[in-house]
Design a protein around this ligand. Structure first.
Ligand code: PEP
Ligand code: MG
Length: 585
């Protein structure tokens, strides 16, 4: 027992200090010591479960001598076998989610782990130098990666990253910190330094009760993912990421924005009680499922859902989503090791269109760039990625990538009510260029006898330029959807990814609210509809104001549809309009 643990002090039943201490330890849950860490809450709610520590950091390899050489080689071989079976499981998962072509990378990694030269090098280092397996794997990884990187052929050069990846996996197994959390069999609270969008797509989401990260802002895509999954989550939590917390019991209280490690019985009991109350409220809300989102005085608002992939559809249906207001299609690209083909994309879009059975499905064309990076795009490093080559700018500079997606989208439109939306628009010229490309795609499909339906085309209003000229843009498109996440970032000049600026990221800022109202009014002047698909759309403090502005649609994480519908159905807009507009604007 370590000297720091409470039970390590001298145990004397006659000593009053000890008696007090024993009583305190008992209250704190036997040998356990409850710790509480504060973070910023992404979503209310309570999660109780085992903590799983996710470490992406490169393994630290230390060289040390070993006596039992054969034992060390066996240790390496066992780790290699475990890594191969992990990759097999990843392959199976990926086939289901992103198709065989994209899953193939995991098979390639399995083959690389059986490569004779690679294995010989590791075993040779262990034998000749009498050193540990970790050192042999690390050295072989460095040598082989450098060898591939020096090759002329671009394809071979890229294998350097693969060597690194497979070696990291073996090292993780050797050190007992298995790479990734995708293998988790039981529900866990995932604790990490930070999570990149490309990492979140790999997670076994069914088994994640909550996310708690040390870094990350309230507007990051990890935060958005937590909201989509309807699970409590914390970012900016100052908790130590040492192996000591891995496997411990944790309790996340999204209402208070804190996580308890090894909670005592009293705390657990009170959290369980709150959890049960929340569950009851949720069930009550479900009575609104299937009901219209209409105000007391008859103003109809569409309550749609934001999703990242077709697996989120179950949540949409469970929560009575009237349609999909934002399908972030870039997640298909992030899940993939290379550009998803037309066929692969078509299958996903078709599934979403069919599942929503005639309800409107708005698919946003790829919004890669900034924090959403896929290596194979080979985007140059930028000083200001949020203002860089991203979203529609990539599509317009790489029309072949854009056209592949558009072909898939238009083909899928034959299977449901599909709409397409373009991100990061700043000018009328961009919209006209997009429309030209869309026309080319439609003509191609017609020539090839491939069916497509009527497709509404809209744009995201998420740059100040687009909001300011929304009167001109409204003449060009069928609808607007306001992306308040980026609109706030650009209007207030506050990086949405920078956690240090969370206090300055004021989405209630009058400038943001005025821009929204301006955009809605301009849309209505041209008889097109206008919705909100940024996170602000789910902010129930503003729902009445949005109704007063005349918003036509609110697209939010599935779990937030019913609370929104409740407010809409309880509001009389006409009675409150003047006061609301005057108070806020
Ligand atoms: C937005 O910017 O508000 C938006 C919905 O898009 P994303 O969060 O994916 O950038
Ligand atoms: Mg955006």
């Amino acid at each position: 027992m370590s000297r720091n643990e409470p039970g390590a002090v001298h145990r004397n039943r006659n000593c009053s200090l000890c008696m007090a201490l024993f009583a305190w330890i008992k209250k704190a849950g036997g040998n356990r010591m409850m710790k509480v860490y504060q973070g910023k809450s992404v979503l209310n709610g309570i999660a109780i479960g085992k903590i799983c520590l996710y470490k992406r950091d490169q393994q630290q390899v230390v060289r040390c001598k070993v006596q039992d050489i054969e034992g060390e080689i066996r240790r390496f071989q066992e780790a290699k076998e475990t890594a191969i079976s992990q990759l097999g499981a990843l392959y199976e998962k990926a086939v289901k989610e992103v198709g065989e072509t994209n899953a193939a990378i995991f098979e390639i990694h399995q083959m690389m782990l059986e490569d004779e030269d690679y294995l010989e090098s590791i075993e040779n280092i262990i034998r000749t130098q009498g050193v540990n397996a970790e050192y042999a794997v690390g050295t072989t990884s460095d040598n082989f990666a450098a060898m591939f990187a020096a090759m002329d052929d671009d394809y071979m050069k890229e294998r350097s990253a693969d060597v690194w990846d497979i070696s990291e996996r073996v090292l993780a197994v050797l050190s007992g910190t298995d790479k990734g959390v995708v293998m988790t069999k039981e529900p866990v609270i995932l604790v990490a330094d930070d999570l990149a969008p490309s990492e979140t797509v790999q997670l076994d989401k069914e088994n994640i009760l909550s996310f708690v990260t040390v870094h990350g802002s309230l507007n990051s895509h990890t935060a958005i993912l937590a909201r989509t999954m309807s699970i409590p989550a914390l970012v900016g939590t100052e908790l130590p990421l040492d192996a000591g917390i891995d496997g411990k019991i944790g309790a996340v209280d999204g209402n208070q924005g804190c996580i308890y490690i090894d909670p005592d019985e009293e705390t657990l009991e009170s959290l369980r009680k709150k959890q049960a109350e929340e569950q009851e409220k949720k069930e009550l809300l479900l009575t609104l499922k299937g009901k219209e989102s209409i105000t007391l005085d008859g103003q109809r608002v569409l309550t749609y859902a934001n999703i990242g992939n077709s697996k989120d559809l179950a949540m949409v249906i469970q929560n009575g989503g009237e349609g999909i207001g934002l399908f972030r299609s870039e997640f298909l690209y992030l899940e993939s090791e290379t550009y998803p083909t037309e066929e692969e994309q078509f299958k996903v879009y078709k599934t979403v269109a069919e599942t929503m059975a005639g309800k409107r499905v708005i698919i946003r064309t790829l919004d890669i760039g900034a924090d959403k990076q896929a290596d194979y795009f080979q985007l140059a490093k930028e000083e200001n990625p949020a203002m860089g080559l991203r979203a529609i700018r990539i599509c317009l500079t790489r029309p072949e990538v854009f056209k592949t997606q558009l072909r898939a989208l238009f083909r899928a439109s034959a299977y449901g009510k599909l709409a397409v939306m373009y991100p990061m628009i700043t000018s009328v010229q961009e919209v006209r260029k997009i429309k030209e490309i869309v026309e080319e795609v439609k003509q191609e499909l017609t020539r090839e006898n491939l069916a497509y339906g009527e497709v509404e085309q809209g744009i995201m209003i998420e740059t100040p330029a687009a909001a300011v000229i929304s009167d001109l843009l409204a003449k060009e498109v069928d609808f607007f959807s306001i992306g308040t996440n980026d609109l706030t970032q650009y209007l207030l000049a506050v990086d949405r990814q920078n956690e240090a600026l969370d206090a300055f990221y004021d989405a209630h800022h009058i400038a943001v609210l005025r821009m929204i109202y301006h955009t809605v009014q301009n849309a209505h002047r041209e008889n097109i509809w206008c919705g909100i698909c940024g996170e602000l759309g789910a902010d129930t403090k503003l729902t009445k104001l949005f109704l007063a502005m005349g918003i036509d649609e609110l697209s939010v994480s599935p779990g937030r549809i019913l609370p929104l519908r409740k407010i809409i159905r309880e509001t009389n807009v006409e009675e409150e309009r003047e006061k609301l507009l005057a108070n806020w604007l």
